[in-house]
Design a protein around this ligand. Sequence first.
Ligand code: ZN
Length: 220
Amino acid sequence: MFKDEKAVVVFSGGQDSTTCLFWAMQQFEEVVAVTFNYNQKHITEIECAKNITEELGIKHHILDMSLLNQLAPNALTRDDIEIKEGAGGELPSTFVPGRNLLFMSFAGVLASQINAKHIVTGVCETDFSGYPDCKDIFIKSLNVTLNLSMDEQFVIHTPLMWIDKAKTWELADNLGVLDFVRDKTLTCYNGIIANGCGECPACILRQKGLKEYLAKREER
Ligand code: ZN
């Protein structure tokens, strides 16, 4: 679809961004992955991202974003902050203010440096916990801002924006990588690879989607 072009994929080693990485490999001539280290509690997350890109032979940049944790301590980086879902319109304790703004901006700087026009991110408005920086309107607004700030013509791609977790599994299956994504990615807030702890909100969402998709596939 975009042959001869280069893309930067914002990559965490989780289900969503790994599916996006495979999507991008199908769409673009050259794919480069970028992972942000913001002192996640589970260093496994970075290791997992590293292993995947190594296995796929993808160039991988790991950028130090520890200043984010310095400014905004949160449940993903601190053991003493409990992971809880937001009640009564509140954001969950896993929300990190400014995270995607910073990550996408740095992805833009990298893209500019390596002459990549495309930036791919696995953000999704459908299934998410209401994170404002996962919304389509934020991504569109940031796309304009990045272009203006660097005099570039970036195109930000969000293949998962309007699909739920079951459909994300379906996309992985259509790309021929369902088992890869199932076995080698880390979504769990407790740092357990593949099927995870089964109890945290991320695991519950991932398992529910997989169950739904596999049931749907059975019916065919
Ligand atoms: Zn878990």
